[in-house]
Write a protein that binds this ligand. Structure first.
Ligand code: ZN
Length: 162
């Protein structure tokens, strides 16, 4: 499939033959702020305003906007996150469970298509500076599940006594 589509192609959204090819800068929202990225050639419908990007462009636009946001907000880059994770000897899956996020989110952090939020960024830095927190985190996770289990067990124990 040719990308981008020719000028005057039909817009999939409104059906008008109003597609134009543009390289206008794009304002991408990251953490509630718009970051302007340039250098992408894509389609826009001059009738309804819908913009069309290829799948690869979407990731590239997110990466570029995240890079700008990261500098301004002082957040970890995807490479930083991957380096911290490897330094701790964790898989993406293991890091995800330590931080309490999905493995898909860790993958997107490392690809640079999603910026870690302030809390995750701080926690990752803390883990990096204090690798012993990885084990402590596991203890805390176990304790936080704790109150329910003993109670359930004690009820069961009482039930068998009766
Ligand atoms: Zn349209």
């Amino acid at each position: 499939m040719k990308w981008p589509k020719d000028e005057g192609s039909q817009c999939p959204s409104c059906g008008q033959r109003a597609i134009v090819v543009t390289s206008d800068p794009i304002d991408q929202a990251i953490a509630g702020r718009a970051y302007r990225v340039a250098g992408f050639t894509y389609n826009r419908c001059s009738a309804c305003g819908e913009e069309y990007f290829s799948a690869g462009q979407v990731d590239d636009i997110l990466r570029a906007a995240n890079a700008a946001a990261r500098q301004e907000l002082g957040r970890l880059s995807g490479d930083d996150v991957a380096a911290i994770r490897r330094g701790l000897g964790l898989t993406q899956c293991q890091l995800a469970s330590r931080v309490g996020v999905s493995v898909g989110l860790v993958t997107r952090w490392e690809r640079g298509t999603v910026l870690p939020n302030a809390m995750a960024d701080r926690y990752l830095r803390d883990l990096s500076a204090h690798p012993e927190l990885v084990d402590a985190g596991e203890l805390i996770a176990r304790e936080s599940r704790g109150p329910y289990r003993p109670r359930a067990r004690s009820i069961a124990a009482r039930a068998t006594k009766l």
